[in-house]
Design a protein around this ligand. Structure first.
Ligand SMILES: Nc1ncnc2c1ncn2[C@@H]1O[C@H](COP(=O)(O)OP(=O)(O)OP(=O)(O)O)[C@@H](O)[C@H]1O
Ligand SMILES: [Mg+2]
Length: 225
């Protein structure tokens, strides 16, 4: 299967992609990563961290569906880190054409919510997801979930933005999103995760919970015993 890690702009996407890869490997899942962001930070993370759990293939191409996807081992969990959807909609279109699940990283702030739902420039991510349906054999877009990150403990903002996203905005007229109940906390140990080993409990627990929730929702196959 293929999981796409998406975001409109810088939102913690690579952090979430890499730490999810570690969590999948901890759960005994065969995982392979693809780096579809031209900044190649996930690629560099795998090079620099001695314990990175899998290979990362460079894949920053708008021909992702035609040239990268067919060569994947589809029995594995393939995880692709995409760059800014605002700046590289062509690559994100191609990833959405073949992804089984899209995880959108978002911080619970007005600035990030606005960039997801009504960017001043660029195509809203919801529109990229919707239009992918036309290119997919099923005629349906991939299952898409929002993962809130940089959530401050005890703050009201995660619930506020989760409700706005789930309800289609204040007036209910915007696209509605499925928001995961797993929330990635704002933590220094997570802020400094990219490029380094996953050797701190704060880098593990939220992502183990994410894997559990994805299994529970039916987005990941049950683990084989
Ligand atoms: N849970 C977190 N708590 C605190 N800071 C975080 C957390 N997750 C990410 N960050 C910080 O957010 C910033 C962006 O993270 P990251 O590089 O993963 O985002 P990105 O969306 O991949 O960005 P890019 O646009 O470069 O691809 C970094 O400074 C990182 O330290
Ligand atoms: Mg990144």
């Amino acid at each position: 299967m293929l999981i796409a890690s998406l975001k409109p702009r810088t939102m913690g996407g690579t952090t979430n992609t890499g730490l999810l890869a570690y969590a999948l490997a901890r759960a005994g899942r065969p995982v392979t990563c693809y780096d579809a962001d031209e900044s190649l930070q996930l690629t560099a993370w795998a090079r620099d961290a001695s314990d990175f759990p899998c290979r990362v293939h460079e894949a920053d191409t708008p021909a992702f569906a035609e040239t990268i996807y067919p060569a994947m081992d589809h029995s594995r969990i393939n995880l692709v880190d995409a760059g800014h959807a605002e700046n590289h909609p062509d690559i994100v279109d191609s990833v959405l054409e073949v992804a089984d699940l899209a995880i959108v990283t978002l911080s619970p702030t007005t600035a990030d919510y606005d960039r997801l739902t009504r960017p001043e420039r660029g195509t809203p991510l919801a529109k990229l997801v919707r239009r992918s349906a036309a290119l997919r054999p099923s005629g349906q877009p991939p299952a898409t979930v929002v993962l809130l990150n940089r959530c401050q403990a005890g703050a009201a903002s995660p619930k506020k933005y989760a409700d706005l996203l789930a309800n289609g905005g204040k007036n209910g007229t915007d696209p509605a999103w499925t928001v995961l109940s797993t929330r990635i906390p704002r933590r220094e140990a997570i802020a400094s995760a990219v490029g380094f080993p996953c050797d701190k409990p704060e880098r593990k627990a939220p992502y183990d919970a994410l894997v559990t929730e994805l299994v529970h929702l039916g987005h990941l196959p049950e683990a084989q015993r």
